[in-house]
Structure formats: C-alpha cells, structure tokens
Design a protein around this ligand. Structure first.
Ligand SMILES: [Zn+2]
Length: 48
C-alpha cells in the first residue's frame, strides 16, 4: 500500500501547482491553471 499526498490549489482545486522560491516570504506556490500565487495549498492524501 502506497500513500500518496497531492497538493491542490485553494482557489480552483487544480493540482497544477509549482513551487516558487521567495526570499522573504518563504515557499510559495503558483497555480498554472488559474494563476494563483500564495503560501496556501490543499493537502490531500490518497490511498492506493
Ligand atoms: Zn488554481
């Protein structure tokens, strides 16, 4: 059994998130689907 964690955009629910490096703000995430940029993301665990 493998547990996989996926991350979703809090704005549109897309999984097209890419990490952005910020010097003062820390890690941020950019959604390629809707253009959202922020530190929030939805973590979802999937069992398979
Ligand atoms: Zn999005």
């Amino acid at each position: 059994m493998v547990r996989k964690v996926i991350y979703k955009c809090p704005n549109c629910g897309s999984t097209n998130l890419v990490p952005l490096m910020g010097f003062e703000t820390g890690m941020q995430y950019n959604c390629l689907n809707c253009g959202y940029i922020g530190v929030l993301r939805i973590m979802e665990k999937k069992k398979k």
